[in-house]
Ligand binder design. Structure first.
Ligand SMILES: [Zn+2]
Length: 199
C-alpha cells in the first residue's frame, strides 16, 4: 500500500514528525546496536529539515532507563543494559540535526516498567493534542520494537500514520522481524512512505 508515485504528501498544519529512539546505544558500537542503525540518521535529517522549514512540530522519543531497569538481564529482562539516563549511550546520535526547541519524550524512566511505545506512560499524546496534530510521520529505531509499538499506539489513538520506510531499521532477532513489523503496521492502517513521496 505504498503511495503511488504520482501522489505527493505535503506536510502541513496538523502534522508532526516523531523520531523514535535514535540514541547511541542503538547505533553500531552501542550496547544494543541495531544493524545499520546509523543509516537512519541522514535519512531522518531530510525529514527534520523539511518539518523545520515548514515550522511543524518535531518530537524525539528516547529510552531513559535507571541503572536497575527491569528490561536489563540482571533484573530478569531480555536486554543488556542500555540507554542509562544521562549516560553517553542515551544521548541522541551526534549527526542527527535536532533543532534546539525539539520536544523530547523520555520513556521507561522508572525501574519497574518498560515502554516500547513513545505513548506508554508519557506525555506524548498530550503534546500532540496541544499542537492539534492529526497525522504523524514516524521513523527511527527499531522497526520491530519501539517504532512498531509507537505506530500501533498512534493508530489506536486515531492518528493517520506515515511510516518513514527509508528511516527505520530493525533489530531482527529473527531475520524476518523487521519485515513482519512493517507488514503489521501496514495491515493496521499505516502508510509506508519514503522522502521522495513528500512535497
Ligand atoms: Zn530500553
Amino acid at each position: 500500500m505504498n503511495v503511488p508515485n504520482s501522489q505527493t504528501i505535503d506536510p502541513q498544519d496538523g502534522d508532526a514528525l516523531i523520531i523514535v529512539d535514535v540514541q547511541n546505544d542503538f547505533l553500531p558500537g552501542g550496547a544494543l546496536a541495531v544493524n545499520n542503525g546509523d543509516e537512519v540518521v541522514p535519512a531522518l535529517n531530510v525529514y527534520i529539515d523539511l518539518f523545520l522549514t515548514k515550522g511543524l512540530p518535531i518530537i524525539a522519543t528516547r529510552d531513559w532507563h535507571p541503572v536497575n531497569h527491569c528490561s536489563f538481564r540482571e533484573q530478569g529482562g531480555p536486554w543488556p543494559p542500555h540507554c542509562i539516563a544521562n549516560g553517553h549511550g542515551a544521548q541522541f546520535a551526534a549527526g542527527l540535526r535536532l533543532p534546539p526547541d525539539i520536544t523530547i519524550i523520555s520513556k521507561a524512566a522508572l525501574p519497574d516498567k518498560d515502554a516500547y511505545s513513545g505513548f506508554q506512560g508519557t506525555e506524548l499524546e498530550a503534546v500532540l493534542r496541544s499542537h492539534g496534530v492529526r497525522r504523524v510521520f514516524v521513523g527511527g529505531l527499531a522497526t520491530d520494537y519501539c517504532v512498531l509499538n509507537t505506530v500501533k499506539n498512534a493508530l489506536e489513538n486515531s492518528y493517520q500514520v506515515y511510516v518513514l520506510g527509508d528511516a527505520i531499521r530493525a533489530v531482527n532477532i529473527h531475520p524476518d522481524d523487521g519485515r513482519k513489523a512493517e507488514q503489521e503496521m501496514i495491515a493496521k492502517g499505516a502508510i509506508m512512505i519514503t522522502a521522495k513521496d513528500l512535497a
